[in-house]
Design a protein around this ligand. Structure first.
Ligand code: FAD
Ligand code: UQ1
Length: 411
């Protein structure tokens, strides 16, 4: 059996950023990352890739180029966790033991929970920014659009980046205007949720954006079926699941339902909802003190984003190293998460908030406003920070900047 000081499950945003920190501290040969994929994706760029504002290549790097140089890459998937025996079983049947485990497997997309959808992706107009395979179809749908309904869906939670389902809608609105097709379109946000956004301050701003763009919102509608032959999308009323509502579509952007991966649900590490059950402030498992988790697969009750992982990976690594040397978990997570709500090809509302859905803003200006500066931050500055700093274990989120910019007056 191979054995490592720290085993990291998953080579996505959380696995690489925390794996890099731990390997930097512990040195060569101590940290292994289990990840089957050939490529690593910076998914936050997919909103812009879908809208044709960035090439797919800018969101993608070869996995071998992001695995930290001091970490060992185990190119396989985790088939089963065995926390009682401090080991995992790989896809090839081999066992790998660990002293400490970091679980960062992300969340599973479930396009197949919507009847007819997997097949509908092979037909014109149906697209989703949520996967590498379907994001390319979004721009095609915009280019092909002539007239009719452009429908943007939002599933029942849980989902990662809850702002993404509407960001692409604002970009689509602007695209259709630029190409003289907006007056032939009805742009519609059909959401299973109750409101445009969970944080009041940003919901107020976004409601104004929706109104100014002449977008129709239908809340409490959950997409359950797509009929590509007749170009119909069928929604269930959340308040009365017996009742179905059908809309014709010309373009249909689907944000799919999501769930924890099966291997996490059955790991012995999960809570009732299937997420890795950690202390929300320390990232340490509630039953196995040598297990930690971060990102979309964890039970941490904040909006699931890469920005949240930026804060979490620093806290997790410090706490894991402290526990390793017999100490306590000290840095405490406040739930910081951020959602750059792109509202056009050069506009963005930078939402930042905490566990209590209270704004926790970095910049000393009103971030509830649409700003060009925040668009550049999201489109050009953040990707560089991600590739050059975060994946190398050198980005802990904007907390220090926030404190400096508010002259120590902020939390
Ligand atoms: P991921 O980065 O998804 O990584 C999970 C990894 O685990 C993957 O590499 C996968 O291959 C691997 N894996 C899965 N199963 C196994 C297994 N059995 N064994 C081994 N490995 C496995 N966040 C923001 O901060 N800002 C944004 O603007 C933003 N926009 C987004 C827009 C879109 C369209 C999408 C899809 C996401 C967006 N996000 C955004 C969210 C962000 O990408 C995620 O929250 C972040 O990537 C979570 O990191 P993670 O490590 O938990 O999961
Ligand atoms: C952030 O730290 C981060 O991590 C890389 C993101 O990832 C996508 C973000 O989108 C944002 C907004 C932040 C927060 C950073 C600043 C400077 C506000």
């Amino acid at each position: 059996n191979a054995s490592y000081e720290v085993l990291v499950a998953g080579g996505g945003t959380g696995g690489i950023s925390s794996g890099a920190r731990l390997a930097n501290k512990l040195g060569k040969g101590k940290v292994a990352i289990v990840e089957p994929a050939d490529n690593h994706y910076y998914q936050p760029l997919w909103t812009l890739v879908g809208a044709g504002a960035k090439p797919m290549s800018s969101s993608q790097k070869s996995m071998k180029d992001v695995i930290p140089p001091k970490a060992t890459w185990i190119k396989d998937s985790i088939q089963q966790f065995d926390p009682e025996n401090n080991q995992v079983i790989l896809g090839n049947g081999e066992k790998v033991s660990y002293k400490y485990l970091v679980v960062a497997l992300g969340i599973k997309l479930q396009f197949d929970r919507i009847k007819g959808l997997p097949e509908a992706f092979d037909t014109p107009g149906v697209c989703s920014n949520y996967s590498a395979q379907t994001v390319g179809k979004t721009l095609e749908a915009l280019q092909d659009f002539t007239e009719g309904n452009a429908i943007f869906t939002f599933p029942t939670p849980p989902l990662k980046c809850p702002g993404a389902p509407q960001k692409i809608m604002y970009l689509a609105d602007e695209y259709l205007r630029k190409h003289g097709k907006r007056d032939k379109a009805t742009v519609m946000f059909n959401s299973a949720g109750p409101s445009i956004f969970a944080v009041k301050k940003y919901a107020e701003s976004l409601s104004k954006v929706v109104a100014s763009k002449d977008i129709v919102t239908n809340f409490g509608l959950n997409l359950v079926e797509v009929k590509p032959e007749t170009k119909e999308a069928i929604f269930q009323k959340v308040a009365n699941p017996e009742e179905l509502v059908t809309y014709k579509y010309e373009m249909l952007h689907v944000s799919p339902p999501m769930s924890p991966h099966e291997v996490v649900k059955t790991s012995g590490l999960a809570d009732a909802a299937g997420f890795v059950e950690v202390n929300k402030e320390t990232m340490q498992h509630v039953r196995y003190p040598n297990v930690f988790s971060l990102g979309d697969c964890s039970s941490v009750p904040t909006s699931k984003t890469a920005a949240a992982v930026a804060s979490q990976n620093a806290i997790l690594s410090k706490n894991l190293l402290s526990v390793m040397s017999g100490g306590q978990c000290t840095p405490l997570y406040d739930g910081y998460t951020s959602c750059p709500l792109i509202t056009g090809y050069s506009k963005c509302i930078l939402a930042e908030f905490d566990f209590d859905l209270a704004p926790l803003e970095t910049f000393p200006l009103d971030q509830g406003k649409q700003r060009r500066s925040m668009y550049h931050m999201k489109a050009d500055v953040m990707p560089a920070i991600y590739w050059d700093m975060m994946l190398k274990g050198r980005w802990s989120g904007p907390k220090q900047f926030r404190k400096a910019m508010h002259l120590g007056m902020s939390r």
